[in-house]
Write a protein that binds this ligand. Structure first.
Ligand code: NAG
Ligand code: NAG
Ligand code: NAG
Ligand code: NAG
Ligand code: NAG
Ligand code: NAG
Ligand code: NAG
Ligand code: NAG
Length: 474
């Protein structure tokens, strides 16, 4: 017995000594490197890197560790909300979120290995792409460095959206904070540059479905949004994620209501560097599309524990023609297309400029029943996250993993019903009936009347009641 204990003590001592040796050499090596390169940086005069004097001084001591009290206090703040993005040390990179990956394999958060992390960020185009590395800060105050193993981006922009994938150098530990660091610099001990990761759960159930609604801002149509949320909720969607910025008070109230019930996850959102690179949300430019990709990267990592994830806007209704609800629909998809991980919908546009077909209808989506031909116009998808390359999903596309493929869902199985005004690039043709023949289609109206909620009232009446309760009049 005693012999065993001595052995244990000896083993623990060995580990401590080895750890000490490892850190000492690590800190010394990076420091030497640092001294050389700071000089080079100053010479090149790159405006997007700067030399920080406070950082070198805070790196004193032989351990790359951070004062535990400070770690605890700093990350307590994350519980009550944090700044919307965090600037990394030395470079114009702004991290929006850090998300634990591999959640599909996770059953017990407290014992699970967290092998890799997605870092969703914007990067100024003048910061070089390569040779960033990741820094992991653990509960015991220790900081470890690791490589960026995958970099994804979407369209070019001045402040471009990126997703970096980092491997946890100590996968048996859950990091408290993760950040990036520019080339030639050691991991920083400045806690304010670290972002607390979120750890998504595997959603229980076999056919769980989440929707990513991307960004909601300013003048979202409250009637349409409530009709959309209620349609999806009652058709079998389990969760909707939305990113909000500068919302009207009516919309804030509506989102608050659905957030309280746990159905809607609301993530505060804002753009970095708006003073330097003047822009607004929703702009139809490379920069606008790039900014909109940040929520898509975030959603896909955050919702990866759902069996299916759809990326659709608040005015787009996924409409299965042959199934009564989404559960039945995704079941059919899985059975029919067993090697498919990317399901693409063709689009019916209900052009609102054409005018209402029925003024007496009480819902917005039942007032407009004329649509275009079913077409391939800004198509949207449902993906199976487990079988899609991480970081590959954007608004209209995704890359299936090896062995899986994309399919265009036949318009007899399902379509995307899109309620919108004339597309600006259609110009005057939009109202020309030869260019855009109109088809009267009341399939959605019929569905709303046939579909019954738990309380055995029609979905149509249910939505009316909800809108009344939310004090919305249309
Ligand atoms: C750790 O930080 C706290 C709060 O800033 C401070 O009071 C304490 O002296 C620090 N401890 C060490 C060992 O530096
Ligand atoms: C997760 O693991 C911890 C530590 O082993 C244990 O205390 C806890 O009960 C487990 N939780 C579940 C839900 O299994
Ligand atoms: C990244 O690091 C490698 C190896 O140190 C070096 O060869 C390469 O030039 C660096 N790339 C950039 C863009 O600095
Ligand atoms: C999920 O599917 C598995 C295998 O097909 C089955 O054994 C299990 O009962 C299903 N679970 C639920 C909740 O439907
Ligand atoms: C916020 O929204 C209001 C009204 O919708 C608008 O006037 C204002 O410019 C917006 N602010 C920002 C920063 O976008
Ligand atoms: C709706 O479509 C039908 C069939 O093409 C057409 O007769 C009618 O004028 C259209 N009404 C509106 C408001 O677009
Ligand atoms: C639902 O209501 C209809 C009439 O509105 C009734 O015929 C039917 O039995 C009800 N179903 C249940 C399950 O209560
Ligand atoms: C399903 C999945 O994403 N598995 C990954 C978990 O993380 C390890 C290590 O990064 C990967 O090798 C797996 O592919």
């Amino acid at each position: 017995m005693i012999f065993k204990r001595v052995l244990w003590v000896f083993a623990i001592l060995c580990v401590l000594v080895l750890t000490f040796v490892f850190y000492s050499s690590f800190v010394i090596t990076v420091k030497r490197h640092h001294v050389l390169t700071v000089f080079e940086m100053a010479q090149t005069g790159n405006a997007y890197f700067y030399q920080s004097t406070t950082e070198s001084s805070s790196l004193s001591g032989k351990y790359m560790t951070i004062n535990l009290t400070e770690v605890i206090e700093y990350f307590m703040k994350f519980k009550g909300g944090k700044d919307i993005y965090t600037r990394v040390m030395h470079a114009n990179i702004f991290i929006y979120s850090v998300i634990g990956l591999n959640n599909s394999e996770i059953k017990n958060q407290s014992t699970a290995p967290w092998s890799s992390f997605g870092l969703i960020a914007w990067k100024h185009s003048e910061v070089p792409n390569t040779n960033l590395s990741c820094c992991f800060l653990y509960e015991n105050g220790i900081v470890l460095n690791s490589k960026v193993v995958k970099i994804s981006t979407y369209v070019k922009a001045k402040v471009q959206s990126f997703r970096f994938e980092c491997v946890n150098p100590n996968p048996s530990s859950k990091p408290k904070g993760v950040t990036l660091i520019a080339e030639h610099y050691p991991c920083t001990s400045d806690i304010s540059t670290y972002v607390a990761p979120v750890f998504p759960h595997r959603q229980p159930g076999n056919n769980t479905l989440a929707l990513c609604a991307k960004i909601a801002f300013g003048n979202l149509n409250a009637d349409l949004t409530v009709e959309w949320i209620e349609y999806n909720k009652n058709m079998g969607v389990d969760k909707i994620a939305v990113f909000v910025s500068n919302l009207s008070s009516t919309m804030s109230r509506i989102f608050q209501h659905y957030q309280n019930t746990g159905f809607l996850d609301v993530h505060p959102f804002a753009l970095p560097m708006v003073d330097t690179i003047n822009r607004k949300l929703g702009q139809k430019t490379g920069q606008g599309w790039s900014d909109e990709q940040v929520p898509v990267y975030d959603c896909m990592d955050r919702l990866a524990g759902y069996s299916y994830v759809g990326i659709v806007d608040f005015d787009e209704f996924i409409f299965p023609l042959q199934d009564k609800d989404f559960k039945q629909f995704v079941n059919r998809l899985k059975k029919t297309y067993h090697d498919v991980s990317l399901f693409t919908f063709l689009v019916d546009i209900y052009v609102m400029d054409w005018g209402k077909m029925n003024e007496n209808e009480k819902l917005l989506i039942t007032q407009f029943t004329n649509r275009t031909q079913t077409m391939q116009d800004r198509v949207k998808n449902i993906v199976i996250p487990d079988w899609i390359e991480t970081g590959s999903v954007s608004t209209h596309k995704a890359v299936p993993r090896k062995g899986y493929k994309r399919i265009w869902i036949p318009k007899t199985v399902a379509v995307l019903k899109h309620f919108r005004s004339c597309r600006p690039d259609w110009g005057h043709r939009c109202i020309n009936r030869k260019h855009f023949p109109r088809f009267t289609d009341d399939s959605l109206v019929k569905r709303l009347n046939e579909m019954k909620t738990d309380k055995n009232i029609s979905l149509y009446d249910h939505i009316l009641k909800v809108k009344k309760d939310l004090k919305l009049t249309s």
